[in-house]
Ligand binder design. Sequence first.
Ligand SMILES: Nc1nc2c(ncn2[C@@H]2O[C@H](COP(=O)(O)OP(=O)(O)OP(=O)(O)O)[C@@H](O)[C@H]2O)c(=O)[nH]1
Ligand SMILES: [Mg+2]
Length: 294
Amino acid sequence: MKFGTVAIIGRSNVGKSTLLNRLLNEKIAIVSEKPQTTRTRILGVVHAPGAQIALLDTPGLHKPQHLLNRRMVRTAVETLEEADVLFVLMDATSLPGPGDLLVLDHVTAAVNKRRRPVLLVLNKIDLVNKIKLLPVLESYARLFAWTEVVPVSAHTGDNVQRLLTVAVSLLPEGEAAYDDDTVTDQTMRTLAAEMVREKLLRQTHEEIPYSLAVEIDEFIEEGKLARITASVLVERESHKAIVIGKHGERLKTVGTEARLDMERVFGMKVFLQLWVKVREAWREDELALIELGY
Ligand SMILES: Nc1nc2c(ncn2[C@@H]2O[C@H](COP(=O)(O)OP(=O)(O)OP(=O)(O)O)[C@@H](O)[C@H]2O)c(=O)[nH]1
Ligand SMILES: [Mg+2]
């Protein structure tokens, strides 16, 4: 039996959470086109024949501006330092940029402390033709002594099976750490909060996506019904008005979309109530961050 931890590392938006969901065949991490979507480490357990992988999605590595972001980067760095195998996710649609070099600095520092397999996972190959892929591959090959290079599309699933095979071959020997039916460490409360945040991210722009948080105030299961009350935290009164929208339309859309997701994932009827609250500078407030699970 093989068992090990695999960290998915990279800058924001390269598709780390999309890859996690793809490898699990289940949506446990929210995804959006806005940077810094993932704020915590998310465990997904991949059960393969003769092997189990504790796959860890992480926040995108970036230059942090707020306490929230410093904690996000710390989470990613700690995860990368502890993992047995690293998936370094890069975007196949562009040549390495400053954000990617920052990621490689972190990876190099961790590997210098303790050697272990480092895979270059070049994602989003569905967006580039093969001729354009070659120079990107060559640039990355020059930057690091990769154990293996695997181009994939987390979106279509192209070559993801091969990535799994390579990962399993690099895992240490060991007993499975999780039950056969364990998929994630995310609680229903956390999943519910994140589903609301995902819909909010899609509906908002500029500064607002970064300054939003969602807190579950009440999660009551009554047989096949869940009564969920959640607060959307924003940093300013003006943001509150935007999140609510004209005649409450935006918040209503968010609520409906999130509820439908919850009903599908939880397999129960959901009654969802959303409130919007102003909590000034929560991104700098350690207590608020701890309460929010960040
Ligand atoms: N075309 C294409 N789009 C992808 C692929 N993988 C991810 N995306 C898109 O890229 C965007 C970012 O995806 P995420 O999975 O949220 O990226 P992430 O690396 O987790 O980002 P952070 O959590 O912000 O660090 C989303 O719009 C995804 O739909 C892919 O293989 N192909
Ligand atoms: Mg993510």
